[in-house]
Ligand binder design. Structure first.
Ligand code: FES
Length: 102
């Protein structure tokens, strides 16, 4: 889809935190990294654990299930066992809202 969809309010996601949302049949996680919002697939490509339940260190997300690491800016895998990167989504901020292009 080519349009941005309003998904969340900035105030819902504290700095250093992630939250999971269901949009257009997809599970998407949004992270707040020092006021920068990043959106990516919310399901780990290894064994389908919820990435919003993992741990953030800057842009590095560690899956809580088996320790795979992703760069949430690019979606790329930084550490196994995740076999594939996650998709990342374009984010637009509008006043207090977070919009995504899904
Ligand atoms: S499900 Fe994420 S590392 Fe296994």
């Amino acid at each position: 889809m080519d349009e941005f969809i309003k998904v969340a309010k900035k105030s819902e996601i504290a700095e250093g935190q992630m939250k999971e949302y269901r949009i257009s049949g997809k599970t998407v996680a949004i992270a707040n990294i020092a006021g920068e919002f990043l959106a990516f697939d919310g399901i780990c490509t290894h064994a389908h654990c919820a990435l919003a339940g993992g741990y953030l260190d800057g842009y590095t997300l560690t899956c809580y299930c088996h320790g795979a690491q992703f760069d949430i800016k690019s979606g790329s895998v930084l550490a196994p066992p995740a076999p594939e990167p996650v998709s990342v989504y374009e984010v637009k901020l509008d006043d207090s809202d977070i919009l995504l292009k899904i």
